[in-house]
Design a protein around this ligand. Structure first.
Ligand SMILES: [Zn+2]
Length: 239
């Protein structure tokens, strides 16, 4: 009986130590982008060199930046054990409803009738992999209570409306999906694979998504660059 308790206590201790390690890794250690995101959210005016303006085209990349801000998290970043981020997060450094969000590339926009903060744009032919259909997903376009910040041009339930690159879609918000539990104000953007029958796959799983970095001209690998904030590959575009 006594042995069993020692075992239970040992397991609990290991779990607590792992928890402390993850908190340390993300909030206090020099590696990890979280610390920089926290600093940027507090005082964005101190980091103008990390902001990429909306509609910037980096080099000859096919997509334009869908929103202004610091790219705080990239594809395959991990926020907690076992988690892998499926897109990029652009933090505007403003309050909700102020930083515009634009279409990064032309395509056909749809919004499910129950989507408060999300839009999806179908791109029939992937510019980096011609002939393959892909989907671009934009989310967090609502305030902390789920009041939508999406343009009235794209109400819930619309389907397959053509939009050009640079079309205003709405504004950055902080809706997490759970009312009253806001995230930092940002745009989450991801590229979702097609299931082969004309439907997008589940965007929550990284294996169903593509790394957006090459589409934006951001040469960065989350595993090799754990602390670097992405900027344009083309240095002139960063000025
Ligand atoms: Zn995200």
């Amino acid at each position: 009986m006594k042995k069993k308790w020692i075992f239970v206590v040992a397991i609990l201790l290991i779990l607590v130590m792992l928890g402390v390690f993850w908190v340390y890794k993300f909030y206090f250690s020099p590696d990890g982008r979280t610390r920089q995101v926290m600093a940027f959210i507090r005082e964005p005016e101190l980091y103008p060199e990390l902001v990429i303006p909306a509609l910037t085209q980096c080099g000859d990349a096919p997509f334009v930046m869908p929103s202004s801000g610091m790219i705080g998290f990239i594809w395959d970043d991990s926020f907690r054990p076992g988690h892998r981020h499926q897109g990029i997060d652009i933090f505007g450094g403003t309050d909700v409803g102020i930083t515009p969000v634009y279409a990064a590339y032309e395509g056909y926009i749809s919004r499910s009738s129950d989507w408060k903060s999300s839009l999806i744009i179908r791109i029939p032919s992937d510019p980096l992999n011609p002939g393959e259909q892909i989907w671009t997903y934009y989310t967090h376009l609502a305030d902390s209570d789920g009041n939508s910040l999406i343009s009235p041009d794209f109400p819930p339930g619309i389907s397959e409306v053509f939009v050009r690159k640079g079309t205003l879609l709405g504004f950055q918000g902080n809706y997490s999906g759970t009312p009253g539990a806001p995230t930092g104000v940002h745009l989450h953007f991801s590229i979702i694979k097609d299931d082969g029958s004309g439907t997008f796959m589940n965007e929550l799983e990284i294996k169903n998504t593509l790394d957006p970095s090459p589409y934006f001209g951001l040469a960065l690998d989350s595993n090799q660059n754990p602390e670097q904030i992405p900027l344009c590959e083309d240095p002139e575009a960063n000025e």
